[in-house]
Design a protein around this ligand. Structure first.
Ligand code: EPU
Length: 333
């Protein structure tokens, strides 16, 4: 059995039967995907809750290629590239658009899977194409943005986990750069807006609010911000007039789950070594000796209390892997 604690940023004690590092895309065609298997990037959105009785295939494909066109840059990055290094490198070359997404942990290949987003920007906006190995059909696919079916923290890849192994992503970054600063605290940058300022501000805020996984093991937001209807919102606002929410579509809003968790007094909640992060309640942390069981119990407790108080069922944003593969967390309603 191979230790997995150092292979995922939540650092839970867990092992797997075998571990394969993929560092050449041609090798994908030779891989045997015997069940159960799990596709891993940098392990910043995966929690190994238990010993996984299968093979972990870790994407280490590297390389970036930039093509300058008349109105845009087309940037192709291999899936195993570190996301933040990629964003930082583009910023240094004055190729802008991804600055709001600085310091998001993880790899380039993981970005489209959950359509990573922060401070008013989702990566999908800039994705031109995703190249992947279709594990079921044993063939290469080149998916356009619309093929990927992106929406809030979701994509075709997330809906059918284990179906495609992403090898590279092509980003289209228009030269006509448009700053996105409507999200707090980027709206404080008024009159002083450059891609570098946005990049710096995002780094500052994330470093202040979100625990550094190297110091305090965590996997970023543990839950998604739930999307509810305007009618549900009106009911909740009667009870909690200062509840934080963001418009999504004509009849839909996204409620700040961190606000709900904090407001229900769960910010100092802990079970064993698993705890709610005191600076941003949407993030759960490993205080050092957390087990998978501590984390699932804590997550269930939060889901239960949020459901009882608001009628909202929180959904984990992270992926939880148990003995046979992905786990779903449910609570009694
Ligand atoms: N809030 C609280 N208490 C908390 C946490 C948040 O009241 O403990 C309130 C904040 O004051 C703010 C609102 O909730 O008014 C939203 O909080 P924040 O801006 O921190 O963002 P979030 O909605 O909790 C999302 C992403 C983050 C991303 C931030 C920044 C999801 C699931 N999470 O969090 O992404 O960095 O927005 O835009 O959408 C991640 O996915 O791992 C991640 C960190």
């Amino acid at each position: 059995m191979i230790e997995l604690a150092e292979r995922h940023t939540f650092k839970l004690p867990a092992r797997c039967r075998s571990f394969i590092e993929l560092d050449c895309s041609d090798d994908v065609e030779q891989l045997s995907f015997d069940e159960p298997y799990y596709l891993l990037g940098e392990g910043s959105n995966t929690l190994f809750i238990d010993d996984f009785q299968g093979t972990v295939i870790c994407n280490r494909l590297l390389g970036v290629c930039i093509e300058e066109q008349e109105n845009a840059y087309l940037v192709t990055a291999a899936a195993g590239e570190n996301w933040h290094n990629f964003v930082t490198d583009l910023r240094a070359r004055n190729i802008d658009g991804l600055e709001n997404l600085a310091l998001i942990p993880g790899s380039v290949g993981a970005a489209p899977v959950q359509n990573v987003g922060a401070y008013g920007v989702e990566v999908a906006t800039f994705i031109e194409q995703v190249t992947a190995w279709d594990i079921k059909k044993k063939s290469w696919v080149h998916m356009s943005r619309s093929d990927c079916q992106f929406c809030y923290r979701n994509s075709l890849f997330k809906q059918y986990p284990g179906r495609w192994l992403i090898t590279s992503v092509v980003f289209r970054l228009p030269k006509d750069w448009q700053p996105v600063t409507h999200y707090s605290p980027l709206n404080e940058l008024k009159g002083n807006v450059s891609a570098q300022n946005i990049f710096n501000k995002v780094l500052e805020v994330r470093q202040k609010k979100l625990p550094d996984p190297k110091v305090t093991p965590n996997a970023g937001s543990f839950f998604k911000n739930p999307v509810i209807t305007k009618k549900q919102l009106e009911e909740l606002l009667k009870k909690w007039p200062d509840m934080v929410y963001f418009p999504v579509a004509e009849d839909q809003v996204k409620v700040a789950a961190g606000w709900l968790i904090e407001h229900l007094g769960l910010k100092s909640e802990a079970i064993g070594g698993a705890a709610v992060n005191p600076h941003q309640a949407l993030v759960l942390i490993n205080k050092g000796d957390a087990t998978g069981n501590d984390v699932t119990q804590l997550a269930r407790r939060i889901m239960q209390q949020v459901a009882e108080a608001s009628g909202i069922t929180l959904e984990p944003e992270v992926r939880l892997v148990g003995q046979q593969g992905l786990l779903q967390l449910t609570v009694a309603r």
